[in-house]
Design a binder for this molecule. Structure first.
Ligand SMILES: CC(C)(COP(=O)(O)OP(=O)(O)OC[C@H]1O[C@@H](n2cnc3c(N)ncnc32)[C@H](O)[C@@H]1OP(=O)(O)O)[C@@H](O)C(=O)NCCC(=O)NCCS
Length: 151
């Protein structure tokens, strides 16, 4: 799975990445995934947890779930120190490429209604709102917007 996208490299997440991943996760989310959630993704067949490295340093990650012909983005974050440098855009390009390679018909995701940065990013990549889950998130309780990009 190791691949390059200009100056970023992508590879399957390993247990040894979790210290860095959990640090970024805790900085990024009010209700972060636990170590156990990431370990489950690392050990399942239909999941593609991946880390992005720049000059060898782990700068972001995503957890993808392939469910039939849909690729779900279950998690995505970029290290605070490396934000606004186009890393999420490269992660999104890589994710879409994986969806096409896996013959998926769509990429989907859930996002907090208040997460305007992420919503802007997804819209830029052609994702459209296809639904809303009432009070889906906690800390704080908030609706999720369900988005889809057809491939
Ligand atoms: C959302 C996130 C992944 C974006 O990562 P990033 O590497 O900083 O994003 P990029 O630099 O690739 O920017 C991508 C686009 O997002 C938008 N964006 C990024 N930072 C922004 C900011 N501070 N304000 C407004 N828009 C912003 C812009 O549209 C930008 O495109 P542009 O550079 O062409 O204007 C990052 O902010 C993050 O990890 N947030 C916390 C975790 C999170 O919310 N994940 C999404 C859960 S659904």
């Amino acid at each position: 799975m190791s691949e390059q996208n200009k100056d970023l490299t992508f590879e399957r997440m390993k247990e040894g990445d979790l210290e860095e991943v959990l640090r970024i996760e805790k900085e990024s989310f009010s209700d972060p995934w636990t170590k156990e959630s990431f370990l489950e993704d690392i050990n399942k067949d239909f999941t593609y947890p991946a880390v992005a490295r720049k000059d060898g340093k782990l700068v972001g990650y995503t957890c993808l779930w392939k469910i039939e012909d849909e690729l779900q983005i279950a998690n995505i974050a970029v290290d605070k120190e490396h934000r606004c440098q186009g890393i999420a855009k490269k992660l999104m390009e890589w994710i879409i490429e994986q969806g096409l390679k896996q013959a998926c018909k769509s990429v989907t995701l859930d996002v907090r209604v208040s997460n305007s940065v992420a919503l802007t990013l997804y819209r830029k990549f052609g994702f459209e709102q296809i639904g809303r889950r009432k009070n889906y998130y906690r800390f704080p309780v908030e609706d999720a917007i369900i988005m889809e990009k057809k491939l």
